[in-house]
Design a protein around this ligand. Structure first.
Ligand code: NAD
Ligand SMILES: O=P(O)(O)OC[C@H]1O[C@H](O[C@H]2[C@H](O)[C@@H](O)[C@@H](O)O[C@@H]2CO)[C@H](O)[C@@H](O)[C@@H]1O
Ligand code: MN
Length: 452
């Protein structure tokens, strides 16, 4: 098999170390010639880079070249896979995305509601620039994206790169849920095959087949009606993740139907979420005080010792899932993955151009969506509004339009109220100066735009 060149974009991410560990564990299925880390933050990436040198020497010495760089040509030339995990604006801007909506009694979340909207408008230009740069140096590279908000990134990149079959957007949340479900079922996630539909961070499980073909989701459903399911990931020990998984049981008990993604809590329980949020200490603070410090102090210790032996480094679902996807492509495995992809009739009663999250076969030719069929009214209604929100968010960026932005926020279930949407938008504009394009207010011919 041809040896691969892989670049991790956002090399300084808190997830890179665990992803590198998975890469080493997969070395028999994943022959690598060159591995590169690329980031715009030289110092942050250097700490991950120095750790990676030690890891590779000890666990994957067959890698011929390892580099970490802030130079795009060095990072993107002759690449087979670019694995994307950038955070536009960093955790400091995430903090603002979460705190500004909360100030107005609206959900303050990284990818949902007004927070996800702000993060989306920041990410679109950075991500498009990166795809253009990767394509310049490596026209055939597979670009696998984790960067959030993945729904907005997927909608924006579909518009700019409509024919790019090698640009794939994924999310690990349903996979982390399956990991927790598999513990309850006494099996492993890899033996379960999901059936699922929706948008990113806005979807539902409809079945979970085991290796005999038996649907095990009814067992999860009954379990949740009685008890709670907690995350099995060591990265999810924080109270906020425990509470999020506890809320899954509440959602299943309150409304009969499919099993929702944990992110549905922000749309179905916005009042409760706002009430229990601390507007002065949000998830961004928890991550900066927790995961970020934990990961980087672990890396610094490994660098000081000069070995990874005895270190607590672990794989995570995040790194495992993307590497499983890469191996399914290079080995033409035809495994089923949940992918954010253009609907094209898969969900029969949702528009064809929607970027939906559904099961797909993944092989050497890329992604082949499986048919979902028609979905019931409740789910269709929720999805249609969220989809319109996503499209208007991307419209707001490309049209530089204040009105598109306002319409997006009014449509979002976490906001709804127009004066509240306006107040949040105005604060976000101020906070994102230098990150967002200038959003132009209505002009006198704006009515013409809406002529039918
Ligand atoms: N899709 C999913 O399910 C999923 C799961 C986990 C994390 N994520 C996403 O992965 C990303 C990384 O998360 P994190 O918590 O590790 O963030 P982080 O801030 O720790 O790391 C992100 C890194 O990206 C770098 N970066 C920012 N802009 C860049 C650019 N234009 N080019 C290159 N590098 C750039 C930063 O310097 C930083 O080192 C986020 O977007 C997060 O939302 C997605
Ligand atoms: O609040 P954060 O930064 O901890 O998490 C936000 C991300 O949450 C999901 O990712 C999970 C992932 O599912 C799990 O496997 C493990 O690695 O923890 C991650 C969270 O830390 C979600 O899918 C992402 O889109 C979010 O960025
Ligand atoms: Mn996700």
């Amino acid at each position: 098999m041809k040896k691969l060149n892989i670049t991790i974009v956002g090399g300084g991410s808190t997830y890179t170390a665990a992803m590198l560990k998975t890469i080493c564990d997969y070395k028999d299925k994943l022959p690598i010639r060159k591995l590169a880390l690329y980031d715009i933050d030289e110092k942050r990436q250097e700490r991950v880079g120095k750790f990676a040198e030690i890891l590779i020497k000890e666990r994957y010495p067959e890698i011929e070249t390892f580099i970490y760089t802030t130079d795009k040509k060095e990072a993107f030339e002759d690449v087979d896979f670019a694995l994307m995990q950038i955070r536009s604006g960093g955790l400091k801007m995430r903090e603002k995305d979460e705190k500004i909506p909360l100030k107005h009694q609206a959900v303050g979340q990284e990818t949902c509601g007004a927070g996800g909207f702000a993060y989306g408008i920041r990410t679109i230009p950075d991500f498009i620039e990166l795809v253009n740069d990767i394509r310049k140096y490596s026209p055939n590279a597979w670009i696998i994206n984790y960067s959030n908000p993945a729904a907005i990134v997927a909608e924006a990149t579909k518009r700019v790169f409509p024919d790019d079959k090698r640009l794939i957007n994924i999310c690990d949340m349903p996979i982390a849920m399956m990991e927790a479900f598999s513990t309850v079922l006494g099996t492993t996630r890899q033996k379960l095959s999901p059936r699922y539909f929706g948008l990113n961070h806005f979807g539902w499980f409809t079945a979970l087949y085991d290796e005999t073909g038996k649907d095990r989701l009814p067992e999860i459903y009954s379990f949740l009606k009685e008890k709670e399911i907690l995350p099995s990931e060591s990265e999810m020990l924080d109270q906020s993740w425990q509470d999020t998984f506890k809320q899954l049981a509440v959602m299943v008990r309150d409304i009969d139907g499919y099993i929702p993604n944990t992110y549905m809590q922000y749309y179905l329980y916005p009042t409760k979420i706002v009430e229990k949020s601390n507007p002065n200490y949000t998830r961004a603070n928890e991550v900066m005080d927790g995961r970020e410090k934990r990961v980087f102090s672990m890396l610094d210790e490994i660098i000081e010792k000069g070995t990874i032996e005895g270190s607590p480094i672990q794989n995570g679902v995040h790194g495992d899932y993307i590497i499983e996807l890469v191996t399914s492509i290079i080995n033409n495995e035809n495994k089923i993955f949940l992918i954010i992809t253009e609907n094209k009739g898969a969900i029969e009663n949702i528009s064809s151009d929607a970027m939906v999250e559904i099961p797909c076969l993944v092989n050497a030719n890329g992604v082949e969506p499986l048919r979902v069929g028609p979905i019931p009214t409740f789910y269709k209604g929720l999805i249609e509004a969220q989809l319109a929100y996503e499209k208007l968010t991307v419209d707001a960026y490309f049209n530089n339009s204040y009105n598109d932005a306002l319409q997006a926020l009014v449509l979002n279930r976490t906001i709804v109220d127009t004066p509240k949407a306006k107040a949040i938008l105005n604060d976000l504009i101020e906070a994102n100066e230098g990150h967002w394009p200038t959003l132009k207010r209505n002009t006198k011919d704006s009515l013409n735009k809406f002529k039918i």
